[in-house]
Design a protein around this ligand. Structure first.
Ligand code: GLA
Length: 387
């Protein structure tokens, strides 16, 4: 379904349900991450781009302090909860908007009651930030309809806090920040410590292709937390010799070589991924600016191997998609994107070779796993906006 069709879908469903036109339609995009994986909770660097798949929300303010929300993708399931107090969590999709209400109260901001209908074409559990898109869309709608203003990076921080503390997923800031602050045609270089952002135009003639393995791993959240604590363990051991460091962001590859023997093997491998991945983000940014796509592609593949071997968050299906992608002429590189354990790979490929890539990935995956991946081109999009 195109983005225009999603717009029509939420507006029509809103009118049918609430018998009037919505005051506001909001879209907040999902994302892919070009490079910088598992670096954001280590105060490091990331380089995501918002994509042309988004959560769409048709919404109006109400007189009464209640949210009445209809989720079109959940068979029209409805949630009704108060917004003048902290709504109780029941699990499931309504926890994301409720988490935003919680986070607004934490900041002493008062959300108005709303009627809303929403739908999203960001695939769930695919590592493309479907939950950040929902959080950011509701945060933005509440901001527009209530009596307060937030800068977009601040909205992203609020949404991250909502996810960390209300939903209970200990994610970093990347997903909410790119959903809030993405820019059409550009990837965003984000320093997750200072929140400084830079934008890099994606070169002409190259496509970013997403190949969704359709593998969904339920252990992703607990494994993610294990990786986080291994990184913290590395920092606390390394601090004995490097007292100034606060996070793995502060450790360079040479320091890790000389002090690595102090770390348990698995912790060393996690740290090695993060330290080198941070360096790769800077290298990719430089190469992109210089139009050196071969170098970008090579760094993407290195990043994937590091996620596979040192960080151990890949899956055979993702490895196979990367291996198959780089066999195709015109492919610069490929890697898993997002937290891993399933989900998607991204492929940087010359536009002329996209159809060849699609058919090669599909037939190779069919041969190996007896099923087909979902493969499509994605375009760098703007962050959240009113439509
Ligand atoms: C998930 C988290 C992000 C980030 C990535 C891994 O998408 O939400 O904050 O940590 O995993 O890079």
């Amino acid at each position: 379904m195109s983005q225009a069709e999603l717009y029509d879908k939420v507006v029509k469903a809103f009118q049918l349900r609430f018998q009037h036109k919505p005051q506001l339609v909001v879209r907040a995009p999902g994302r892919v991450n070009l490079i910088g994986e598992h670096t954001d909770y280590n105060d490091g660097f990331v380089m995501p781009m918002a994509v042309d798949r988004a959560a769409w929300l048709a919404v109006s303010a109400t007189e009464e302090p209640w949210a009445t929300l209809r989720a079109l993708d959940m068979g029209g399931d409805e949630a009704i909860f108060p917004v003048d107090q902290i709504p109780a969590s029941v699990g499931g999709w309504s926890d994301y908007p409720k988490a935003i209400v919680w986070a607004l109260h934490e900041r002493n901001l008062k959300p108005v009651g709303i009627n809303a209908v929403f739908s999203s074409d960001v695939p769930v559990g695919a590592g493309m930030s479907s939950s950040a898109a929902v959080e950011v869309s509701f945060g933005y709608a509440w901001m527009k309809l209530s009596d307060f203003e937030l800068e977009l990076p601040d909205l992203a921080l609020l949404a991250q806090r909502a996810e960390n503390e209300y939903v209970g997923v200990n994610c970093g800031i990347m997903d909410q920040m790119i959903s809030a602050c993405g820019r059409d045609g550009h990837a965003m270089l984000l320093d997750t410590r200072t929140l400084k952002r830079g934008y890099f135009p994606m070169p002409e003639g190259v496509a970013v292709v997403v190949a969704d393995s359709l593998v969904r791993r339920s252990l992703a959240n607990s494994e993610y937390n294990v990786r986080r604590s291994q990184c913290e363990q590395a920092v606390s051991i390394l601090q004995e010799h490097l007292p100034g460091i606060k996070a793995l962001r502060d450790v360079n590859p040479d320091q890790l070589v000389s002090l690595g023997h102090m770390l348990p093997d698995v912790v060393l491998r996690r740290a090695r991924h993060v330290v080198h991945e941070n360096a790769r983000v800077a290298q990719v940014a430089r190469a992109l600016r210089a139009g050196q796509l071969e170098t970008v592609g090579k760094l993407l593949v290195e990043g994937h191997h590091s996620l596979r071997d040192d960080y151990e968050v890949s899956a055979p299906e993702l490895d196979a998609l990367v291996d198959a992608a780089i066999e195709v002429e015109g492919c610069y590189g490929a890697r898993l994107t997002g937290a891993g354990f399933g989900g998607c790979v991204i492929v940087l490929v010359a536009e002329d070779n996209v159809s060849e890539l699609k058919s090669h990935l599909t037939s190779r995956y069919q041969e190996l796993f007896d099923t087909q991946p979902r493969v499509y081109i994605t375009h760098p999009a703007n962050g959240v906006s009113e439509v």
